[in-house]
Design a protein around this ligand. Structure first.
Ligand SMILES: C[S@@+](CC[C@H](N)C(=O)[O-])C[C@H]1O[C@@H](n2cnc3c(N)ncnc32)[C@H](O)[C@@H]1O
Length: 379
């Protein structure tokens, strides 16, 4: 059987599983109502597929197993966390910087605008969003620049939702969302004017191979802008306390392996990109840190409008959610495994805050990289 046959079989299996798990008309449900509508047997299977590699082991063999199974494992992860993400955070699944007095959703949108600006996205550009979630950034960036966006995602449930939200926003002619693996893109070479990725390529088992795919589908002279999740240069893999933080992030965010910033930079250069911008936006000394919604520290809440979001994502709010989910599971209302998911998300929150406070981790390593023109590539 060829790789293409394997890919198409996997794709079909994942699409069928998604229908079974989330049910018909799933795109219009979110949060708790989506959780309660899940097929209980399929949910149990999805949770076990996601958690099967998270056995506390960080040795090379355990890492290899996770890297190899990145596609199914990430697909399963987003099958079980998407509803929680939407409930707690909204429809853009990323972090952002905050200015004093700026509300949460304004700051999130500004972070997306900044990436569009850094990539130089222009009206009419055809842009690829690599790992597009449920399309929050694609909608915002298309509105901001009047560009056309194709979102690539390996999660069927998220694609269905992204299409549903695009239509609801009247953006169906500007946006499209397609199923695919960013490690094996099926677009024609040199299709896109610009490519961006927001906190998604950290799911790649190999950054260089993923960036190579991006390089291939970009037009010569086109730019790729990314907010990459990486461990900073202060991270020491041999330090047990550091590795524990990275492991919590890996486990709770469905990431096979967190790479260091130098690996990402080198990967871009190895692909042939010219790196134009290379800046950790988490290291700009912001008064309100990017991880504040996960801290539970009320002093950081910027506006009254943020209280609901802050409560849901704070330590206390997360405890309330996980207690409710665990009670609902015990009484057979929520599907089995749901509380394991909230426990893993809790672990992620702990690791993310610790990584942020100690500056061992950043979710906003901004790289802007340009594919040279053809004549420059040859010389
Ligand atoms: C943290 S979410 C970010 C989503 C989106 N960029 C946003 O900011 O809202 C990561 C996304 O990457 C997608 N993803 C993970 N692995 C992928 C793969 N191998 N191919 C395509 N998409 C993938 C996930 O399905 C998810 O949508």
């Amino acid at each position: 059987m060829t790789d293409t046959d394997n890919d198409s079989q996997l794709r079909q299996r994942q699409a069928e599983f998604s229908k079974e798990l989330h049910g018909e008309g799933a795109a219009s449900r979110s949060g708790f109502s989506a959780l309660l509508a899940k097929d209980k047997t399929a949910q149990r299977e999805a949770v076990s597929k996601y958690l099967k590699h998270w056995d506390g082991l960080t040795d090379k063999e355990a890492e290899e197993r996770r890297l190899e199974d990145y596609n199914e494992s990430t697909h399963s992860y987003y099958n079980v966390v998407t509803d929680f993400y939407e409930y707690g955070w909204g429809s853009s699944f990323h972090f952002c910087r905050f200015y004093k007095g700026e509300n949460f959703y304004a700051a999130m949108a500004r972070h997306e605008h900044y990436l569009a600006y850094a990539a130089g996205i222009q009206q009419g550009d055809l842009v690829l969003d690599v790992g597009c979630g449920v399309g929050g950034p694609a909608r915002e960036i298309s509105r901001f620049t009047n560009c056309n966006v194709i979102g690539l995602n390996n999660n069927d449930y998220q694609i269905e939702k992204a299409k549903y939200y695009a239509k609801k926003a009247g953006l169906q002619d500007k946006l499209d969302f397609v199923k695919g693996d960013f490690m094996h893109m099926e677009f024609e070479p040199e299709t896109f004017d610009k490519v961006y990725a927001i906190e998604a390529t950290c799911h790649a088992p190999n950054l260089e191979k993923c960036y190579k795919e991006i390089y291939k589908v970009l037009k010569p002279g086109g730019k790729f802008a990314v907010y990459e999740w990486v461990m900073t240069s202060q991270y020491d893999e041999t330090n047990e306390a550091h590795r524990k933080i990275a492991y919590e992030i890996e486990l709770g965010d469905g990431i096979p392996k967190m790479f260091k910033v130098d690996t990402a930079r080198q990967a871009l250069e190895n692909c042939g990109f010219k790196v134009l911008v290379d800046e950790d936006l988490a290291a700009k000394g912001d008064e309100v840190p990017w991880y504040y919604p996960l801290t539970g520290e009320w002093k950081y809440v910027q506006t009254i409008a943020d209280i609901g979001t802050f409560f849901r994502t704070s330590y206390l709010g997360r405890k309330v959610t996980s207690t409710m989910v665990s009670l609902m599971e015990r009484f057979g209302i929520a599907p089995e495994g749901s509380s394991k998911v909230t426990a893993a998300l809790e672990e992620a929150a702990v690791g993310l805050v610790a990584g942020g406070r100690e500056h061992l981790f950043t979710p906003m390593m901004l790289f802007v990289a340009q594919k040279p023109m053809n004549d420059e590539q040859e010389s």
